[in-house]
Ligand binder design. Structure first.
Ligand SMILES: C[S@@+](CC[C@H](N)C(=O)[O-])C[C@H]1O[C@@H](n2cnc3c(N)ncnc32)[C@H](O)[C@@H]1O
Length: 104
């Protein structure tokens, strides 16, 4: 499982962070539709294991790294990503306002 964004090769394409990504369905769909790097992050290890298996099955694991991270304390520098997405995850956060702040 990737630890940080450096696993994505340097690219001029926008980079997406999909938060609370679960088993990666949105990250996979975004990557397959837009052909841009998408980092899938979640704090639930078993979900990420399933996510990574799907990425590998689709042979897109190099451009869709899976990162274990708490959406309330993201381990990324400001402006690391161009877009942040979250599907059915904001409602799950203990503090949704803090989560929105991290996304911003
Ligand atoms: C309902 S699932 C949605 C998964 C996926 N986005 C989808 O649409 O299928 C919610 C996800 O939010 C994750 N989650 C909840 N709180 C989180 C937090 N503080 N940090 C990271 N992930 C969190 C859970 O582990 C779970 O995978």
């Amino acid at each position: 499982m990737a630890k940080a964004r450096e696993s994505i090769s340097a690219s001029a394409a926008p980079i997406v962070l999909d938060l609370c990504s679960g088993t990666g369905d949105l990250a996979i769909d975004l990557h397959e539709r837009l052909r841009i790097p998408v980092v899938a992050s979640d704090f639930c290890h078993p979900m990420l294991v399933r996510s990574l298996a799907k990425m590998r099955h689709a042979r897109i694991q190099d451009s869709t790294p899976v990162i274990e991270a708490d959406s309330l304390t993201l381990p990324f520098a400001e402006r690391t990503f161009d877009v942040a997405t979250v599907a059915f995850g904001l409602r799950n956060l203990e503090d949704p306002v803090q989560g929105l702040g991290e996304m911003k």
